[in-house]
Unconditional design. Structure first.
Lengths: 253, 124
């Protein structure tokens, strides 16, 4: 018994294909012929006569035409789906943009509020830290004075004051979490978080920093390739240069 | 009989929790104060109050029976010890604000289902 799962054994598994399978099958028949012929050409290893070269020219033209026909069929068969997708995108674009705009604008409100709250929290912590330091200094002075006059009660009082100052200092050092929780419980907590922001200041230094990154080399090669194609082979043959690149001309079919 | 607990003692844990000291939570030993909780994930907040019920002799000022720790969740009496570890301490002002919000927000009445905020836009 075959236990392999049948991928078509699902809802919609017997739906017709989303393209004209007959047209594709007709092109595939032609392609199979061309692929068989490719085997025969490859068996030759190399082209030795003008006659063979002429026939191979026709083969290459033919297989390219066939490829174009397959590609054109793909494009035409896909077009209704793309158009449908575009219509869906078009219909949804507006509402999504409006929702985004609403969230973005009101997140701005929330950011202002949270920044002000964080500022208040930090100021409060600084105030507590200052009070704690003052109380600690006062407790130290009182302890010293009580010790000098052999005042046991004063020493205990000073110690209590010092403990209070230490507790206050601990409270002042506690990290502040600036966030706003949902009012009803249905929403997510929104917090102020620190995110890195990058602004390019010195492009030369940046290039030096990323010089070993292959993505940079690939990007620059892409720019140089585009420039080389724009100026053309004649200009390159006449000595056109792109700093940092070796320009040459290669012959290809 | 012993003297009734002072408010300072009763609410010491809650005060400490609100101050951010993260006092220890002991299973089965609920601490009086004001709290909120969710009955289901994503569900609305439910206000919870844990308080101490006691009988005091008016003549001596002493307890006539042991103090009982009780809990009121959404207006109903519940077992304080059973729910206590699921509670989030909030200030009394926040508790009262939550009570008002629950009264003015019909969606919060369905405490056993996840809230769907898309049904109605919250307004200022």
């Amino acid at each position: 018994m075959n236990d392999d799962p049948n991928p078509r054994e699902v809802i919609g598994g017997n739906n017709p294909p989303d393209f004209d399978a007959d047209k594709l099958a007709a092109l595939q028949v032609k392609l199979t012929d061309y692929l068989d012929a490719a085997g025969a050409w490859l068996a030759l290893n190399k082209i030795e006569t003008e006659d063979q070269a002429g026939k191979l020219t026709d083969y290459i033209s033919g297989v390219r035409d066939l490829r174009s026909q397959i590609e054109n069929l793909r494009v035409s068969e896909k077009k209704p789906h793309l158009d449908a997708g575009k219509r869906v995108d078009e219909a949804f674009k507006g509402p999504i943009a409006k929702a985004d705009l609403a969230a973005e604008k009101l997140e701005g409100f929330m950011t202002d509020y949270l920044r002000a709250k964080a500022k208040r929290d930090r100021a409060e912590q600084q105030r507590l830290a200052k009070i704690a330091a003052e109380k600690a200094a006062e407790a130290e002075r009182e302890a010293a004075a009580a010790l000098a006059r052999n005042d046991l009660s004063g020493q205990v009082d000073a110690q209590e004051k010092a403990d209070g100052a230490a507790a206050l200092a601990k409270q002042a050092e506690r990290p502040v979490k600036t966030n706003v929780k949902s009012a009803t419980g249905g929403g997510r907590t929104i917090a102020l978080r620190r995110v890195p922001v990058v602004v390019l200041q010195n492009i030369n230094t940046a290039f030096l920093h990323y010089r070993d990154n292959p993505a940079l080399a690939e990007f620059l090669t892409g720019l140089a390739g585009a420039e080389a194609r724009t100026v053309g082979v004649d200009a390159i043959a006449k000595g056109h240069k792109i700093p940092g690149f070796i320009l040459s001309i290669e012959e290809r079919v | 009989m012993r003297q009734p607990s002072t408010a300072r003692d009763l609410y010491a844990w809650h005060r400490s929790a609100l101050a951010g000291d993260a006092p220890p939570i002991h299973d089965g030993l609920p601490e009086p104060g004001w709290y909120r909780r969710r009955l289901v994930k994503g569900g609305p907040f439910v206000p919870v109050r844990i308080y101490v019920s006691r009988e005091i002799d008016p003549e001596t000022g002493e307890l006539t029976a042991p103090e009982l720790t009780l809990a009121e969740s959404n207006g109903e009496q519940v077992n304080a010890a059973a729910i206590w570890t699921h509670l989030e301490p909030i200030s009394r002002a926040d508790y009262e604000a939550l009570l008002r919000l629950c009264a003015s927000t019909p969606e919060m009445a369905a405490t056993m289902i996840k809230m769907d905020l898309t049904q109605k836009a919250p307004r200022p």
